[in-house]
Design a protein around this ligand. Structure first.
Ligand code: ZN
Length: 273
């Protein structure tokens, strides 16, 4: 396997690089190729160096307190140069309250002064290997459609579209009644709220009937969720829970998926799904 290439960079004006040098050496000790840009680099210089050196990841360090302006600028410069896919992590003196802002701006992970270089090395290895090895989902398991009343809407699906319903089920945990209609390799899932606290009731009140989510069939939902967590993707469910047909399901936050609510779904062996 090729060595992971890491760019360690210090944007801004602070003149101390002992911390960055310690990190650079630690990553080398973990078998990575480390390029260190030196002190006082502008976000533009850092983005250019990352592209020229063809690195797998960028580690930013800042002690100056200017991280909230400089770190997002690095991300911007990368995006401007079509290199927004290079993951950026950061460390240094960063107050906890600044972390959500930086994550929102696209920094994958912040290592505060309490974290070890060991932790960082493991994180980098997992992140980069995942990027190389992540299997795409197998298919669209179903498309979830919110309706006020399943019985009423089934008339359309059965008599107008000619689809066959596969029976109904209540998923108490989700506060919904569901019916599946098979359509080739995939299904349509009709969702009717069981009570006023059902997320589907809230959806109907806000948006009316319509497409609610897209479910992607995955092989191993637990490792898939771990991958997403490592990649810093916002999840609604950190752990899988039980869905219809005893499948295991978890939702990705629509904020992380350009407005689409994706469900990951792993069906039990032998359920024929
Ligand atoms: Zn679903």
């Amino acid at each position: 396997m090729e060595k992971i290439r890491v760019l360690i960079a210090k944007p801004g004006l602070d003149g101390h690089d002992r911390g960055a040098l310690v990190i650079a050496q630690a990553m080398r000790d973990h078998g990575m190729e480390v390029i260190y840009t030196g002190l006082r680099q502008s976000p533009l210089q850092i983005a250019n160096a990352a592209i020229q050196e063809d690195v797998d990841i960028i580690g930013l360090s800042s002690l100056s307190g200017a991280h909230n302006t400089l770190f997002p600028k690095v991300i911007e410069e990368l995006k401007k140069r079509d290199a927004g896919d290079i993951p950026v992590i950061a460390g240094g003196v960063i107050p906890n309250e600044d972390i959500p802002f930086l994550i929102e701006k696209g920094i994958k992970r912040i290592f505060t002064s309490g974290s070890s270089t060991e932790e960082m090395a493991i994180y980098i290895k997992q992140l980069i290997r995942l990027e190389e090895s992540a299997e795409p989902p197998k298919k669209i398991a179903h498309i979830g459609i919110a309706v006020h009343n399943i019985e009423e809407s089934l008339t359309f699906y059965k008599s107008a579209l000619g689809l066959i319903a596969e029976g109904m089920e209540e998923v108490a945990e989700e506060g919904v009644k569901v019916a599946f209609l098979k359509i080739g390799e995939t299904r349509i899932e009709l969702l009717e709220p069981l009570h006023d606290n059902s997320p589907i009731k809230k959806f109907l009140d806000k948006k009316g009937e319509g497409i609610h989510h897209i479910a992607l069939e995955v092989d191993d939902i637990h490792s898939r969720l771990n991958q997403l967590k490592i990649k810093g993707i916002q999840l609604i469910n950190e752990e899988a829970k039980i869905g219809a047909h005893n499948s295991q399901i978890a939702f990705i936050h629509p904020k992380a998926a350009h407005g689409v609510l994706f469900e990951l779904c792993q069906h039990a062996e032998g359920s024929g799904e």
